[in-house]
Design a protein around this ligand. Sequence first.
Ligand SMILES: Nc1ncnc2c1ncn2[C@@H]1O[C@H](COP(=O)(O)OP(=O)(O)OP(=O)(O)O)[C@@H](O)[C@H]1O
Length: 229
Amino acid sequence: MNALTIDSLQFRWPNNTKPVLDLASFALAPGESVLLKGPSGIGKSTLLSAIAGVINIPANAVSVAGTDVGTLSGSARDRFRVDHLGLVFQVFNLLPWLNTLDNVLLPCRFSKRRRDRAGHDPQETARALLTDLGLGDPALMSAPASTLSVGQQQRVAAARALIGAPELILADEPTSALDEATKHQFVELLMRECAQAKAALLFVSHDTGLEQHFDRVVDFRDLNRGASA
Ligand SMILES: Nc1ncnc2c1ncn2[C@@H]1O[C@H](COP(=O)(O)OP(=O)(O)OP(=O)(O)O)[C@@H](O)[C@H]1O
C-alpha cells in the first residue's frame, strides 16, 4: 500500500477563478523520499495542506496509507492526521511552555496509535530520537522549547514528527532558516530517522542543493497543471 496516492486532485481557493491544484497522479511508496521543488507561490504548501486534511478536498483524490482523506469529517481528519502523519513546517509550532521532551511526546499524548508504535516506553524513545538528532544533553531535554535555538527547535520538530512511526512525513521548507552546513546535516539526520521509522517523506524546498539526499526529485510545475494556469 502506498504511503500517499493522488488521483485527479483539483483545489481552488475561494475567490480564485482557477484551481491552484490540478494534479493528474502522484504516489509515494512506503519509505520513499521525494524532494518537491518549484518557485514560490505555485501551490506546494497548498498541496501539503490538502494531503494533511487541513483544507477541504473531494473524495477519491488523496489517499494516505490507504485512507481517503477527502471522505473524513473534520474531527476524523484531526485524528487521522495525528495517527498517520508527521509534520515539520517552516514555523515549528512547538509549545513554548513545554520542555523539549514533552514537545516530542505530544503525538503520543493525542494518539493511542502513535503511543503504541513508540515502543514500550515512549519517553525512552523520545530521548533516543533526540539523542540521534544531536540533542542528547539532559539539560536541553528539560529546557522550555522557547529557550532553544532555531536549529535546535527544528530538530525537536523532526523528532516530534517521527515519534510513533507515522507512515508519511510532510516537511515544508524546514531548512530555510539554516546555514549551508547545518542544512545538509539536518536533512541527513531526517532521512536516517525516516528510514528507521520506515516513514515516507515529502519534502518541499526551493533549495536544489539538497537534491542529492532524496530518492526522487519532482518539479511541481511538471506535476501540477494548475501551476502554469
Ligand atoms: N489561505 C489561503 N487563501 C487564499 N489563497 C491562498 C491561501 N493560501 C495560499 N493561497 C494562494 O495559493 C497560491 C499558492 O500558494 P502556496 O503557499 O501553496 O504556494 P507555494 O508554492 O507553497 O509558495 P512558497 O514556496 O512561497 O511557500 C498563492 O497564489 C497564494 O496566494
